[in-house]
Design a protein around this ligand. Structure first.
Ligand code: ROI
Length: 166
């Protein structure tokens, strides 16, 4: 099955170890210079309190919009390669700190659920550090379940999120 990306392909970026702003900047540069991926938009960077275990540093999060002819799984593999290039070490702890996390959030209106990939990403709703940057770059976005992004932004708690100057 070939997926139609016409309503946009969105990637979430997050880091809370090392120099998160630099890692996100470098990851965006890698995405922008990738032969098969075109960077269309990027949000500001946002500082956010950790969701999950609190004994870890605050995160820096952002979202970007891309276009690509890569199908979802091939795109995921390219994102994983970029994570590796930027020093990502996958740890056993599920919700632990990370040097760089690239999540395929949305691929048009595709629904995919395999062992390797779930799209829409299960962590979009209720995560202000995903919803707010997504809303910033695509305020008219309608999610695959037909809810507007604006609806979900209104539902979430924004108190631990700060927009950075980047
Ligand atoms: N918390 C925040 N604020 N930002 C993230 O990107 C993030 N990523 C994660 C967990 C550990 C769930 N918490 C997070 O994977």
């Amino acid at each position: 099955m070939k997926y139609n990306p016409s309503t946009g392909i969105f990637i979430g970026l997050g880091a809370n170890l090392g120099n998160p702003v630099q890692q996100l900047t470098d990851a965006l540069a890698s995405i922008a210079s990738h032969a098969e991926i075109k960077l269309l938009e990027r949000s500001h960077f946002y500082s956010s309190a950790p969701m999950g275990p609190k004994d870890q540093p605050d995160y820096v999060n952002a979202v970007c919009k891309v276009s690509t002819n890569l199908q979802p799984l091939a795109l995921l593999h390219e994102l994983q390669a970029i994570e590796q290039q930027h020093g990502r070490v996958r740890k056993a702890e599920r919700w632990g700190a990370r040097t760089l996390d690239l999540d395929l959030l949305l691929y048009g209106d595709a629904y995919i659920k395999t062992d390797e990939l779930t799209v829409p990403h299960y962590g979009i709703k209720g995560r202000e550090f995903v919803l707010v940057p997504l809303f910033e770059i695509q305020p008219d976005l309608i999610m695959p379940d037909n809810q507007s992004i604006a609806h979900w932004v209104r539902e979430c708690d924004l108190t631990s999120l700060t927009r950075l100057m980047n």
